[in-house]
Design a protein around this ligand. Structure first.
Ligand code: 8ID
Ligand code: ZN
Length: 352
């Protein structure tokens, strides 16, 4: 039976503190619209995007009061009546990603850019997210979770994993190429290291601190650069790449400083993939961008197929989320740790 109320982490207004509330309503089966499903949450990862949402520091503002969270796994407990050919059924274990729903009929959806649909609904931003016990999501966009991966290990693939997986597809790289990963010790970054190594790329990890260094090197990065200790990141990267610079940079750092030198340390024809989301201008020198034939691309989460591929690779054991498990009511502390750059890999919360 579905309870009438639940526990959820709520942000009442932009910048307000996280409150753990015990009286949040749960939408009942009979109240679900066609296409909606109710998911009983098991685990949810905490993404830096959730912290941006809590702070309201992006130009597009979140809904408030807001239940954040957009990389979660749970069980479908109800499906809206008259849902058209639902690809999931009650009892299925599914993932909830940032892109909660899209129209599937516009130009962008048809071209596989579901994330750019003008009617896109975003989990934990424009619709309530996974920092709760029950979430209303959408049958055509939830991702089935393969049996061979447990829910806590799968959760962060639904945002961090799919995002860097898709971003690597956008990086114009091939086996043997060098890729620089600023932010490599964080949630997205440590998964980028692993998907990149799986592609046969040679990874140069940039982040800070001994723990993140150890993690990145253990995951297969060939070179580590501590951005707080290096006096010349461009030289360090050129030295590590035979003097030419890297073929690609995939920036997952949430600070704009991490973007500043990318065009300088890329080799001619290299690609800068922008993923980390500071609300700031991209400070690339136009002359060198042109003169070196540099590509600059933005890469925004992934579509349904990217999510399926990213989770299957993880389920096959080729990519593992390095996470610390905490209760839902630890969210406030997790945000503080994240703000201070202290989260190594990911934090995953148990939703009950
Ligand atoms: O679709 C997208 N493009 C997408 C999807 C999901 C998340 C974008 N994001 C965005 C988030 O909103 C956030 O801005 O990616 C950014 C990173 O998310 P995250 O991986 O969840 O954050 P984190 O775990 O805090 O990791 C960030 C890492 O960057 C390092 C930090 O030390 C941390 O390990 N870092 C920073 I801050 N400045 C750096 C610098 N100058 C840096 N690393 C290298 N050089
Ligand atoms: Zn995210």
């Amino acid at each position: 039976t579905i309870p009438k109320t639940q526990v959820a982490a709520v942000v009442e207004s932009i910048g307000a503190p996280i409150e753990i509330k015990h009286d949040q309503p749960v939408k009942q089966a009979s109240e679900l619209a066609p296409g909606e499903c109710l998911v009983k949450m098991e685990y949810t990862g905490v993404c830096h995007t959730d912290l941006h949402a809590k702070k309201g520091d992006w130009p597009a503002k979140p809904n408030n009061p807001l239940i954040g969270g957009h990389e979660g796994v749970g069980i479908v407990v109800a499906i809206g009546e008259h849902s058209e050919r639902p690809p999931v059924k009650v009892g299925d274990r599914v993932g909830i990603k940032w892109l909660a729903n899209s129209c599937l009929d516009c130009e962008f959806c048809r071209k596989g850019f579901e994330q750019n649909c003008v009617k896109a609904q975003l989990s934990g931003y424009t619709v309530d997210g996974t920092f709760s016990q029950y979430v209303v999501s959408f049958v055509h966009h939830v991702t089935k979770i393969p049996e061979s991966i447990d829910s806590a290990s799968a959760a962060s693939i639904l945002c961090a994993g799919v995002t860097v997986y898709r971003a690597l597809k956008n990086s114009n790289t091939h086996i043997g190429d060098f890729i620089v990963l600023p932010g490599a010790g964080g949630g997205l970054g440590h998964l980028a290291v692993q998907y990149a190594v799986n592609m046969g790329l040679r990874v140069i990890a940039i982040d800070t601190g001994a723990e993140k260094q150890k993690l990145c090197l253990s995951l297969g990065a060939e070179k580590w650069i501590d951005f707080k200790q290096s006096t010349d990141i461009v030289k360090d990267i050129k030295d590590a790449t035979g003097g030419f610079g890297a073929h690609a940079a995939l920036v997952t750092a949430s600070a704009s400083a991490a973007y500043e030198q990318a065009v300088d340390y890329l080799r001619p024809t290299g690609t800068l993939v922008a993923v980390g989301l500071p609300n700031a201008p991209l400070g690339a020198n136009i002359f060198w961008t042109v003169f070196k034939s540099i590509n600059i691309v933005g890469s925004y989460v992934g579509n349904r197929q990217d999510a399926i591929e990213a989770i299957e690779i993880a389920a096959a054991g080729k990519v593992k989320v390095h996470y610390e498990l905490k209760p839902l009511n630890a969210l406030k502390d997790v945000y503080e740790g994240m703000e201070a750059g202290k989260v190594v890999g990911r934090v995953v919360l148990k939703c009950e």
